[in-house]
Design a protein around this ligand. Structure first.
Ligand code: ADP
Ligand code: MG
Length: 677
């Protein structure tokens, strides 16, 4: 038996294929670019392009596309055929190095947030050789070679999500390598990298029910609907045996993802009926982000093949669990080791604790930016809405690590728990509980033994934004810590002494960010307010930190986003939010007017004829009056806040009617129909 998965990566132009199909010199040069971030040698581009084209054509591809991630929630592609006239009436196939490296899509139809006037429509895409090209087949079998690229305006300003992500990875790498040197890790040119394993939650519903719900089609979520008597309160769905139709879907999904080189590993039922999760094995951050975008696409396409629709919205159904994307993030040092794992010796442990304290500093200083990175209309239904996770960003370290942090703060004082001194760089840490033993599901930012899990990312969002923030704020913390330690060293101070003093000071300053309790309780919200921690409840408020001087200075200082690039994102996200709410408002009005009102009128007419149920007719009439008022209110509202309030009132009248109108007259599939597949 072969110890491999048949077909894994067969649609990917990855390192093994490159090695086979490129000359040794070209392969070595390209590998250096991929592994060590060396500048791409333009001289090899023609050979790589030709090899890619031949490989893709053997797989049935006729077209290629620069595949990129504009500032929308989706990916973008524009296909070009591999053809060129031979000027004798026929064509030859070509794909040049220039075409591989750079494309010029018309940028005017993508959001630029004011970065570029529409008359300056040209933008360009640039190859990201670190993320492998792949072949995408659509349902009818057309195959396209997809080349992951960045997307920029003509002056180099980033118009996409990948460019700042790559920039933030670079600064994090530089600062990590610098930090490592202080702890005796010197690996020459080798970079450090961030790693990511995004767990993806989603719902499946039957396609024919989806087709009957205008709200799902237009908004991705239900705008009306009563919670069924039984939903998730029996707690029997999470990790339960998976329905066989869903298993068939999941098996197909994994096969497709594996062919595309996406290492999907874990699949299970989630908390709510109809809700599921898929998690890959972690990878280098930018590749993991690309793979998550691919995963979302394949989820949708595979669902369709199986007669389902995959809902990636953060809250498709009110009153039951929403969907998130748990962002498992860590740092792999230049030595190839995971630096968020407690080490084997006192020196490594001192480095580990320094990184933990740096994260405390980073998250406490910029909790508002992390919150901003997950602010969307959809995520408003999770964050700050009494659901996982809360809108207040705090860190969970677990009891044991928390205790170590407190001991360092006390300067190596006698500890009540482990009963010993901890002197950084000299003593070992007490055994920390490994992995899953110590869990807090209510924390938005939790240490889980060898990584941090940021749980506030929305299921529908690209993970890029949150990781741009995370990389940059951690790079800043490392930078400041290194600057101090290097100065102390130059002044001849003892390293362990100066580290101990520095960390104790940082802990004192930032320990308010630590919270091990239940993040959902009102007591915690009150306590967080007392600690002066931001609690940004809705998208509008939560985006504001992007417009502050603190944010502008941070991203500009590290070359991740210029002030203009940051401003463009702020504009795009605010506008996007307003648009989503406006679409929801218009959809709610249409459904209420053209579907709900007529059904209720029929029901009232029928019931009015029978004395015994006339009282039901009166009840429905009263509610119908509220619906009519509600519709008018939604139509009149123009600001998102007012639209949301008005939609809420309209919804409560409609949902009350759902319990009274005869089931055969009710024009919408119910929650019970949709959630139990
Ligand atoms: P759980 O639901 O128990 O949190 P899962 O297995 O569903 O765990 O998901 C955990 C995710 O964390 C996986 O994608 C896994 O690959 C990822 N992960 C593990 N180690 C690291 C690491 N060092 N860096 C980034 N992600 C990691
Ligand atoms: Mg999981």
């Amino acid at each position: 038996m072969k110890n491999t998965i048949e077909g894994f990566g067969e649609k990917v132009f990855g390192l093994p294929i490159m090695e086979k199909r490129l000359s040794a010199a070209t392969f070595a040069s390209l590998k250096k670019t991929i592994d060590a971030g060396a500048t791409l040698d333009a001289g090899i581009a023609d050979e790589v392009a030709e090899a890619m084209k031949l490989w893709a054509m053997e797989k049935g591809a006729t077209h290629y596309t620069h595949w990129f991630q504009p500032l929308t929630a989706a990916t973008a592609e524009k296909h070009d055929a591999f053809i060129f006239p031979d000027f004798k009436g026929g064509v030859i196939t070509t794909f040049s190095g220039d075409e591989l490296i750079q494309g010029e899509p018309d940028a005017s139809s993508f959001p630029s947030g004011g970065l570029r006037a529409t008359f300056e429509a040209r933008g360009y895409t640039g190859w990201d050789p670190t993320s492998p090209a792949f072949i995408k087949y659509d349902e009818v079998g057309a195959a396209t070679l997809c080349i992951p690229t960045v997307f920029c305006g003509y002056n180099g300003e980033a118009l996409d999500k990948k460019t700042p992500l790559l920039r933030s990875m670079k600064v994090l790498s530089e600062q990590t390598v610098r930090l490592g040197k202080l702890f005796g890790v010197d690996c020459g040119d080798t970079m450090a990298k961030a790693t990511l394993g995004p767990e993806q939650e989603y719902f499946l519903i039957n396609a024919e029910l989806f087709d009957e719900r205008l709200d799902l089609k237009q908004c991705g979520r239900t705008l009306f609907g009563r919670s069924p008597a039984k939903h998730q309160q029996m707690e029997d769905h999470y990790f339960g045996a998976i329905n066989s139709r869903v298993v068939a879907f999941m098996a197909d999904l994994d096969t497709e993802l594996w062919k595309l080189g996406v290492p999907s590993k874990t699949r299970h039922n989630e908390v709510c009926p109809g809700q599921f999760e898929i998690a890959p094995v972690f990878e280098t951050l930018n590749i993991a982000v690309d793979h998550n975008m691919i995963c979302m696409e394949v989820l949708r396409a595979t669902a369709e093949k199986h007669g389902f629709v995959c809902l990636l919205h953060e809250k498709p159904f009110a009153g039951v669990n929403g969907s998130g994307k748990h962002n498992n993030w860590s740092i792999q040092g230049p030595d190839g080791k995971n630096w968020l794992k407690p080490g084997d010796n006192p020196h490594e442990n001192a480095k580990f604790m320094t990184i933990i304290v740096a994260l405390m500093k980073a998250v406490d200083t910029h909790a508002d930016l992390l919150r901003a990175s997950v602010a969307t209309a959809g995520n408003d239904h999770r964050l700050g809405a009494n659901e996982a996770p809360p809108a207040v960003v705090s860190i969970f370290l677990g009891e044991c690590l928390h205790d170590v942090v407190e001991q360092i703060e006390a300067g190596g004082a006698k500890s009540s728990k482990s009963g010993g001194h901890i002197h950084l760089g000299v003593d070992s840490l007490p055994k920390l509980p490994r992995g899953n033993t110590d869990r807090n599901r209510t924390s938005p930012f939790a240490f889980t033994g060898n990584r941090f899990e940021f749980r506030a990312v929305g299921s529908n969002q690209s993970p890029a934004g949150a990781n741009v923030v995370l990389n940059t704020i951690v790079a800043e913390a490392f930078d400041e810590i290194c600057t101090k330690l290097e100065a102390d060293k130059a002044a001849g101070k003892d390293f362990n002494e100066s580290l101990q003093a520095l960390l104790a000071g940082l802990i004192k300053k930032h320990k308010r960010i630590l919270f091990n309790g239940d993040g959902y309780t009102d007591e915690w919200l009150a306590e967080a307010a007392k600690r002066g921690m931001p609690n940004l409840k809705n998208c509008e408020e939560a985006l504001e930190p992007l417009a502050t001087k603190k944010a502008k200075d941070l991203f500009a200082k590290y070359g991740v986003l210029s002030n203009e690039e940051l401003a463009s994102r702020y504009n795009i996200y605010v506008e996007g939010y307003e648009r989503v709410i406006a679409i929801e408002a218009a959809t709610a009005v249409t459904m209420a007017r053209t579907m709900i009102v007529p059904a209720v009128v029929t029901a009232i007419a029928e019931y009015s004829e029978v004395d015994a149920v006339k009282c039901y007719a009166d009840e429905m009439s009263a509610l119908l009056g509220k619906v009519v008022i509600g519709i008018a209110k939604v139509e009149k509202a123009h600001h998102p806040k007012d639209q949301i309030v008005a939609m809420g009132e309209l919804r409560s009248a409609v949902d009350a009617l759902e319990a009274l109108v005869p089931a055969d007259l009710w024009p919408l599939p119910t929650y019970a129909d949709m959630l139990f597949i």
